[in-house]
Design a protein around this ligand. Structure first.
Ligand code: XMP
Length: 517
């Protein structure tokens, strides 16, 4: 990534020394209303100078500064006079590069630690009490600070838990202020940004929208744009933003594969055609999909068919429109970050691989590519998208197809849609529903015996899945109240024909996955 996405904004560059810390730091900086971007650790001083950041943050990383091939930075960056804050590995590197010492030790410090601020006049810790809780995760630590630096905090194990050279505007902490476990972490970050680096908190939603709209206008000029809508957050926000930027020169194509949840397709049409007055092509392709999926039971095969058909239908419609040269896509920032890890950077290039048919080409426009997911949601809300779309739970592209085990038929889709609507209705009415990451119903491919009234039944079960999670990488089954489970079970059996049993999935991930396929 060679250009900044939002050039008018004062920008903080986060040097990424690996692991997952850099993204979290970039988000915390943005939460402090300062625009930030992640750059690889080996960015040159010249490139930093060209980008003229208002401040720099050096992230932590998993390596030991002594490990072979451990990431190093261009030393001249530390001498440019730009305010710099280093965390953990970033602090050790700052110390080493400027002549301090980082002795090898055998004692690490992991988890909570009590921080004692030893320099009460330290500006970085102005909002931090003398003693507070911080999060540590390190083995090596600074033994001797470089000339010009002083020690500003310690813990029981780490003598140099923070250091600073206010003259050169260089600050560093051995602990991680970016994680929630560090009690005053965000205060430290804000103090550094607003006070020490003097960056005003101007990165606001209104600002983001205005700037993005301006960029889109510059990019497409008088051109016409097409945008694929799925009902999901990203494509909905792209559509609403593009509409603000280009008005009636935007056409949205909504490929409705028939695997959406109850009322979802109607809501897309209501929102974009009736509320936003966007030129919307609604392709009702359920029958087309069902005939392709007839007899198919293999989950990968189902996904392949649905994915390929989506682009076929989309381009059929797209090429029918006159004078459209731009295709808008909901790529987000985490999809394009050039990580400190070079192999990760390669994997990230996949997002541009749209399967254009022979002879068809559109130029891509990606108005969300500088934003994190929570920012996309905030933009959507600001643009007036309904809550159901802005706070929509993750929903697989192939939709209910992944939640019907075995062959997909219209009848099974109807059963699942109705059972799923009950699950969603009941859990969303529960006062702690926001603590649940995702909840839905699954229709497995089995039947079992039951009894209703005096009759023996041979019906299908519905499985309820509800999980708590932070990022879908790991998850735990939600401890829903028994009364809530009982209500869902009663309603599903009474209201959905063909269902005679309800089960609750009590598997965490791993070993299970969130979805059933
Ligand atoms: P699993 O089932 O692997 O799912 O634990 C992890 C998360 O990813 C969502 N998911 C998808 N999201 N397209 C998506 O955009 C897909 O094809 C897809 N498949 C699974 C799933 O809902 C969960 O949040």
């Amino acid at each position: 990534m060679s250009v900044s996405y939002h050039e008018q904004q004062p920008t903080v560059l986060v040097l990424d020394f690996g692991a997952q810390y850099a993204q979290l730091i970039a988000r915390r900086v943005r939460e402090a209303r300062v625009y930030s971007e992640i750059v690889p650790f080996d960015i040159s001083a010249k490139e930093v100078e060209r980008r003229a950041p208002a401040a720099l943050i050096l992230s932590g990383g998993p390596a030991s500064v002594y490990a072979e091939g451990a990431p190093r930075m261009d030393r001249r960056i530390l001498e440019m006079g730009v305010p710099i804050l280093g965390f953990c590995y970033g602090m050790q590197l700052m110390a080493l590069e400027l002549g301090g010492e980082v002795p090898r030790t055998d004692i690490g410090e992991y988890g909570f630690a009590e921080l004692e601020v030893t320099a009460p006049a330290c500006r970085l810790f102005e909002d931090v009490p003398e003693r507070s809780q911080v999060w540590m995760s390190h083995r090596d630590s600074v033994g001797t600070v470089p000339d010009g630096f002083s020690v500003t905090a310690r813990t029981a194990i780490t003598q140099v838990a923070a250091m600073e050279d206010p003259q050169r505007k260089l600050y560093a902490t051995q602990f991680h202020p970016e994680v929630a476990h560090t009690e005053f972490g965000q205060d430290i970050i804000k103090r550094f940004l607003h006070d020490i680096a003097g960056i005003p908190p101007v990165w606001t939603m209104v600002n983001i929208i205005d700037e993005t709209v301006e960029q889109v206008r510059e990019q497409v000029g008088e051109g016409r744009v097409i945008c694929g809508l799925s009902g999901g957050v990203d494509s909905s926000v792209v559509a609403a933003l593009l509409h603000r930027a280009t008005g009636d020169r935007l056409t949205c194509v909504f490929v409705d594969h028939g695997m959406l949840r109850l009322d979802e397709a109607d809501q897309v049409v209501r929102t974009f055609r009736d509320q936003f007055h966007i030129d919307l092509v609604h392709v009702d392709a359920e029958e087309r999909y069902l005939s392709l999926l007839a007899g198919v039971t293999d989950p990968e095969e189902k996904r392949r068919i649905i994915g390929e058909e989506f682009w076929k239908v989309f381009f059929e419609e797209a090429t029918r429109l006159e004078g459209v040269t731009w295709l808008a896509q909901g790529t987000l920032y985490p999809d394009v970050i050039e990580s400190g890890n070079k192999t990760a950077a390669k994997i990230k290039s996949h997002h541009n691989l749209i399967p254009f048919p022979e002879g068809v080409h559109f130029d891509l426009i990606e108005p969300l590519k500088a934003l994190f997911k929570d920012e996309v949601r905030a933009v959507g809300a600001e643009l007036g998208l309904p809550d159901e779309i802005v706070h929509r739970q993750p929903f697989p592209g192939p939709g209910l197809a992944v939640r019907i085990i075995g062959e997909i038929t219209h009848e099974k889709l109807e059963i699942l849609r109705r059972a799923d609507a009950i699950v969603r209705e009941e859990i969303s009415a529960w006062d702690r529903d926001r603590a649940v990451w995702q909840y839905f119903a699954v229709l497995p491919d089995i039947r079992s015996v039951g009894v209703m009234g005096d009759e023996r039944t041979y019906g299908r079960p519905i499985i309820i899945r509800a999980v708590t999670s932070a990022d879908a990488m790991t998850a735990d089954w939600a401890r829903l109240p028994h009364e809530l489970l009982a209500r869902m079970s009663n309603r599903i059996i009474n209201e959905v024909d063909g269902i005679n049993r309800v089960a609750y999935d009590i598997t965490s991930k791993p070993p299970g996955t969130i979805e059933w396929e």
